[in-house]
Write a protein that binds this ligand. Structure first.
Ligand SMILES: C[S@@+](CC[C@H](N)C(=O)[O-])C[C@H]1O[C@@H](n2cnc3c(N)ncnc32)[C@H](O)[C@@H]1O
Length: 307
């Protein structure tokens, strides 16, 4: 069990790290092994922070329902679901299973997920909040059995993934699309902004090739957990600063704005995706020299969805 004091210590260590100047952080990560989401000496710290923070199961469930929308969330019963770019603590996948998915596959380019931290995220969660969210959706199956099953799994000393969840990593879906099981619903959270722009269409094509009939894709592109989000979220749009979307995509995001996403998807109707919504950003933090197209509407989060 994580004590409140442990959780506070991990949060404080991570907050301290985030306060370092960006160049120090990059160098520290380089020394410890990796600058983006590949395996590194920071894995344990990131995983522990996620488990008791944004990926705590009740929070993951809330975020997932918001991304899916209540209608899709209510209709996952019996569906094969993919959590694409599952991350260190893939509780979005556990949430898909609580919502009734028949199978959930977490697919990731990097082998990062840690069952012990998933268990921690389940134990740390507010079960009442999970139950309230599931009850509010008026699901037509015995979801409380699944909540019990996941909680029972989490109190054991776990080294395997929870029931209903299969982890597929490392998986390069462009080179080997068949690694992605055929699916009905595919969700990604904070993943597409890390794909270099030159690979984006091949990647979306590869995912599309694995869909079952009438499949749904939903991608939440979110800048919130990125370097410099608090004080300089759109610094990459300042032409006077060094930013290479191809090279920096993993650590800083690929720099695609709401406008870029709309243009990209309009140019590739075969993907059957559109921008279905966005959360407004903070225009006052936009660099003065940013291109006009980017400043028109500023978004911190963009949701892409099957048409
Ligand atoms: C910011 S993390 C988000 C993790 C998780 N979805 C969440 O909400 O916390 C981005 C994840 O995308 C994965 N990723 C990056 N490129 C990928 C690719 N081409 N295919 C699959 N996963 C990828 C990374 O390994 C990492 O786990």
């Amino acid at each position: 069990m994580t004590s409140t004091r442990d959780a506070g210590a991990f949060g404080a260590a991570h907050a301290l790290f985030r306060r370092l100047p960006p160049t120090w952080r990059t160098e520290l990560k380089r020394i410890l092994g990796n600058q983006g989401h590949g395996r590194s000496g920071f894995d344990w710290l990131t995983a522990r922070k996620d488990a008791t923070g944004k990926k705590r199961l009740d929070r993951a469930l809330e975020g997932l329902i918001e991304t899916l929308g209540p209608e899709t969330a209510r209709n996952l019963g019996g569906k094969v679901c993919i959590d694409f770019g599952a991350g260190y603590v893939p509780t979005d996948g556990i949430a898909l299973w609580l919502l009734g998915a028949s199978e959930v596959h977490g697919v990731d380019y990097n082998n990062l997920a840690r069952p012990r931290e998933i268990a921690r995220a389940v134990r740390a969660a507010d079960t009442g909040r999970i139950e309230n969210q599931l009850r509010a959706l008026q699901l037509e199956f015995a979801w409380s059995d699944r909540v019990d099953t996941v909680r029972r799994w989490a109190i054991k000393d776990v080294d395997s993934f929870p029931p209903g969840y299969t982890y597929v990593a490392p998986a390069d879906v462009i080179a080997s699309p068949f690694r992605v099981p055929k699916f009905d619903v595919l969700v990604s959270t904070s993943v597409l902004e890390h794909i270099p722009p030159s690979l984006m269409i091949s990647m979306l094509d590869a995912l599309k090739s694995r869909e079952n009939e009438r499949a749904t894709h939903i991608h939440r592109v979110d800048l919130r957990d990125h370097r410099d989000f608090d004080s300089d979220p759109y610094g990459f749009l300042d032409p006077s600063r060094q930013f290479d979307a191809e090279v920096d995509a993993d650590s800083r995001g690929n720099g695609l704005t709401l406008h870029d996403w709309e243009a990209l998807l309009a140019g590739h109707p075969e993907l059957g995706l559109e921008v279905s919504g966005y959360e407004a950003g903070r225009p006052h933090l936009m660099p003065a020299a940013a291109p006009k197209s980017a400043t028109h509407v500023v978004a911190d989060c963009v949701v892409l969805r099957s048409v």
